[in-house]
Design a protein around this ligand. Structure first.
Ligand SMILES: Nc1ncnc2c1ncn2[C@@H]1O[C@H](COP(=O)(O)OP(=O)(O)OP(=O)(O)O)[C@@H](O)[C@H]1O
Length: 358
């Protein structure tokens, strides 16, 4: 279980940089989740960390020891691939034992360690099974046991749950986190799934074009995104262009494209400067909710989607800008649902406004 220190990592394929001078520190035992659009450099970072790709420049160190030049089998890092890459002709025990044999473990010590690992992933008694005779979830656990077998100081997980169907994903995700915690494993996990990222990460790192846009605990990135990319990538966000009308202590007044003047928490922006106001759909309320928020925008309903636990509304504002609203549906919410064409006012508190300048 090592602390990881990545400094100035650069990788180029041809001319375009896949990693563009990346710095990242990961604490010992931490689960860092990498999130980013397709092509942002996530796989490239895992390949460099695993030793499968040499960076053009930069270093990666584990507990202060530079491992940048070490080949994959010489560094205390293991990768669990999206495809699991299990050996289909071997048994479950054979797969788990593979890396241990390469480390020189034999006989009863090897058998005991394999049993220990199978117990860890709740597959006791499955050692003699063929890989093809396992469910997807069980194969995932074999792959995890095999990856953890040599006690790697850093575990790299590339979309570890993507092969599982939805029902199994949440259960397996919780198992995976508990296993990483129990073994104290430092992990970098790549996922495309935002919910999974928010639920799994100690810290999230959002990559955009080979650079880190923001790194921090999930709630911090969700509540205080630093950039438009992070705001729109992590959860849904309405992004409204605005001009700063005035900026006083703790509060900024903005003129939106639809002409409305609204207040947002935060200050120290020059009047006249262009900003983006980001609003989470679930932080918007309907006028009919009758609460104490201070400002409203008028729009027309363009689309209504009933999701059982929530109602998703699409609105169009006076200037044509679209606004998404998500409201929880409680008891008896059925009869009075808004309909396309209805005029509707949405309210929100200044504290729910996220002001973005980049
Ligand atoms: N072997 C390669 N040769 C040339 N370009 C590559 C190669 N591998 C990746 N790239 C490019 O490098 C950039 C980063 O790719 P990478 O696979 O790291 O992204 P990613 O974030 O993992 O994407 P995805 O989510 O689609 O897996 C992309 O622009 C990609 O096209």
């Amino acid at each position: 279980m090592a602390a990881v220190s990545i400094r100035g990592l650069r990788v180029r394929y041809g001319t375009a940089p896949a990693l563009d001078g990346l710095d990242l520190d990961i604490a010992s035992g931490e689960i860092l989740v990498l999130l980013g659009a397709s092509g942002s450099g996530k796989t490239t970072l895992l390949r460099v960390a695993g030793g499968f790709l040499a960076p053009d420049s930069g270093t990666i160190a584990l507990d202060g020891q530079d491992v940048t030049a070490l080949p994959p089998h010489r560094r205390p890092v293991n990768t669990m691939f999206q495809s699991y890459a299990l050996f289909p002709h071997m048994t479950v025990a054979g797969n788990v034992a593979y890396g241990l044999r390469r480390q020189g473990l034999r006989g009863p010590a090897l058998a005991a360690r394999v049993e220990e690992l199978l117990a860890l992933v709740r597959l006791e008694g499955f050692g003699g099974r063929r890989i093809q005779a396992l469910s997807g979830g069980q194969q995932q656990r074999v792959a995890l046991a095999r990856a953890l077998a040599p006690r790697p100081q850093l575990l790299l997980l590339d979309e570890p749950l993507s092969a599982l169907d939805r029902g199994l994903r949440e259960e397996t995700r919780a198992d995976l986190v508990s296993l990483l915690r129990r073994t104290g494993t430092t992990a970098i996990l790549v996922t495309h799934d935002q919910d999974e990222a928010l639920a799994t990460a100690d810290r999230l790192a959002v990559l955009n074009r080979g650079r880190l846009e923001q790194v921090g605990p999930p709630a911090e990135l969700y509540e205080r995104p630093a950039t438009r990319y992070v705001a729109s990538f992590l959860g849904a966000a309405n992004l409204l262009e605005a001009v700063v009308a005035e900026s006083g202590p703790g509060v900024t007044r903005l003129r939106l494209g639809c002409g409305s003047l609204v207040a947002a928490a935060g200050s120290a922006l020059a009047p006249g400067s262009r900003v983006t106001l980001a609003l989470r759909p679930e932080r918007l309320r309907l006028d009919t909710d009758g609460d104490i928020t201070t400002q409203a925008l008028a729009g027309t309903v363009t689309d209504v989607t009933y999701r059982g636990s929530t109602l998703e509304l699409a609105l169009r504002l006076a200037d044509g800008a679209a606004l998404r609203v998500s409201r929880p549906l409680g008891e008896g919410a059925g009869p009075a649902l808004p309909r396309p064409g209805d005029p509707l006012r949405v309210r929100w508190s200044p504290a729910a406004s996220m002001l973005l300048t980049q």
